[in-house]
Ligand binder design. Structure first.
Ligand code: ATP
Length: 527
């Protein structure tokens, strides 16, 4: 984004509205806070972001399988996952102006409103950032949207719109395991809608009430199983090569860092440079009780540094919870583990159990459960642990839009100044890849050749046809849409079989054949 626009989303939001990226939902009725629609360019961008994630996370790997589960699921899933009891934000209300706010966001709102509000009340630091009024005691507010399944509006028929896609992956774990020919370590990925009744949806699409997530649950062996199999567990202290192939002797810590690196690679590949985001490693007191580590990838949005996505090491918490609540075993049978355990004699087994017990006790866990866990391991059985990279489609789209937006000051040969608004999308995510223009509409040969190129190209990628207006204006329209290449067919083209390709970023023009253009385009689109 241009320096002068760094602190405001306004110019970008105006462009998104003007060019059909993002609209308010239900706009003709006044809109709904926290709900957004994607227009013609926005929905192409969204498809491309999701496709890139799916290619990188699922199709490009041998160890991840996909899932597409329902949005409404059995309500017991949300009891088991903890969402029914604890998925809540602290909500507070101003007794004077009646505005509802998240108690933990009051400082941010105050900062956004700035000094103007501070003048309202000298005791403002303890009061409503809008009017200076007194705030109520914060109360937990569950973020799940409720609905009723079936014709009878009775509490026994209450269900919830999923607040995350991840739980369906756990609930279908055994089905995917038995039908995909995968074995631990492996992952299950899902993309789709999630719903959260956010108290204060803010910052454009950043915090919405309906949004999409792209989540991966990557199931790994418990470290104790790796120890039996390999006699050692590789940790980060061993300095493992995270860019090479994955290794069977990695412990959870290495798998977690591996996925942090994979996510960073993905963000780079879709157009976010490493220097514009940071890894925030949650401190021990910030971690959920079951989590061993959690990294937030934070991006420098114009409204501040905020979480783009998270990568959590969640131990065996989720599958164990579902095992407990459903009564269905979530254990896997790992034959190589059983074979390795067979080689341990009684003394080695005893020593192993004692070591695991000491470790569990040091982490406040039960020694009897530790022994049971070891005996299961000797039989090749365990509940897998999980690493969860969890990303938001809309949040990533917003980051890509912020990153791509630029207002360039241009000066022509006559010294005349002009502003060019351009979206420098990476070609992989650009909503339109190529725009095709006949230079002279009335020149039949030129027009027909342009149309033929357009018809051939649109079978491969999303293209745009524009036959009217000055050529300079046509280029500028595509700059605002973020189209990487414009093809102009001129009266010479039918004679020499070449056309002009104009590059969005450099504005350089180059004449080439159709085949030469395809090579150039595919090279930029490859993952
Ligand atoms: P936050 O702290 O911002 O509320 P979170 O830690 O609750 O986010 P997770 O539950 O870990 O978020 O969700 C994973 C990802 O889903 C987030 O990193 C974000 O990209 C996306 N996400 C979560 N809530 C929203 C929302 N209300 N609107 C848009 N995207 C969201």
């Amino acid at each position: 984004m241009a320096e002068e626009n760094k602190s405001s989303l306004d110019p970008l939001a105006a462009l998104c509205k003007r060019r059909g990226f993002i609209y308010h939902s239900s706009e003709i009725y006044g809109g709904m806070p926290g709900f957004w629609d994607y227009g013609p360019l926005g929905c192409e961008l969204k498809q491309n972001v999701k496709q890139a994630w799916w290619q990188f996370t699922v199709r490009g790997r041998e160890d991840v399988a996909g899932l597409d589960a329902t949005i409404i699921m059995h309500p017991k899933i949300w009891k088991a996952s903890g969402h029914l009891d604890t998925f809540a934000d602290p909500m507070t209300m101003c007794k004077q102006c009646k505005k509802l706010m998240r108690a933990d966001q009051i400082d941010d709102i105050r900062a956004e409103l700035g000094k103007k509000a501070a003048a309202v009340n000298p005791a403002y630091a303890l009061s409503c950032p809008h009017c200076g009024g007194e705030m109520t005691e914060p109360k937990p507010f569950n973020l799940m949207f409720k609905t009723v399944v079936g014709p009878i509006d009775d509490p026994s028929n209450v269900a919830y719109l999923r607040p995350e896609t991840a739980q369906a992956i756990f609930a279908q774990f055994t089905n995917v395991l038995s039908t995909s020919r995968q074995q631990v370590p492996f992952g299950i990925a899902q993309m789709g809608k999630s719903f959260r009744n956010e108290v204060t949806p803010r910052n454009y699409t950043f915090r919405s009430r309906e949004f999409e997530q792209m989540e991966l649950e990557f199931f790994i062996r418990p470290d104790e199983a790796v120890e039996i199999l390999h006699g050692h567990v590789v940790t980060l202290a061993d300095n493992p090569d995270l860019n090479g192939p994955v290794q069977d002797d990695w412990g959870w810590e290495v798998w977690h860092k591996y996925w942090v690196e994979q996510r960073k690679k993905f963000l780079n590949a879709v157009g976010l440079p490493t220097e514009h985001f940071v890894e925030y490693w949650q401190k021990p007191d910030e971690l959920a009780h079951y989590a061993r580590a959690c990294v937030d990838i934070e991006y420098d949005f114009p409204f501040g540094r905020q979480e783009l996505e998270g990568i959590a090491a969640r131990s065996d918490f989720d599958l164990t919870q579902h095992q407990k609540h459903s009564g269905e075993s979530q254990m896997v049978f790992d034959d190589p583990l059983k074979q390795a355990a067979k080689k341990l004699d009684d003394a080695a087994r005893k020593a192993f159990i004692e070591k695991v017990q000491a470790d569990w006790v040091s982490r406040g866990k039960d020694p009897i459960a530790a022994e049971k866990f070891c005996l299961n391991l000797f039989d090749g059985k365990y509940v897998p642990h999980v690493i969860e990279p969890s990303a938001g489609v809309d949040r990533l789209m917003l980051a890509l839009l912020c990153e791509a937006y630029e207002e360039q000051k241009l000066t022509d040969e006559k010294g005349k100044e002009d502003i060019r608004t351009v979206l420098h999308f990476h070609p992989k995510v650009a909503p339109v890849k190529v725009a095709v223009f006949p230079l002279v509409k009335k020149d039949e040969a030129c027009f027909n050749m342009a149309r033929e190129i357009f018809d051939k190209l649109r079978k491969k990628v999303n293209c745009f046809w524009d036959a009217s207006g000055q050529i300079g204006r046509r280029y500028r329209r595509q700059d605002e849409a973020g189209t990487p290449w414009c093809i102009t067919v001129d009266p010479e083209s039918p004679k020499d079989g070449k056309f002009t390709v104009r590059d969005r970023d450099s504005m350089q023009q180059e004449r080439m054949t159709y085949e030469e253009f395809l090579v150039k385009m595919y090279a930029a689109l490859e993952f």
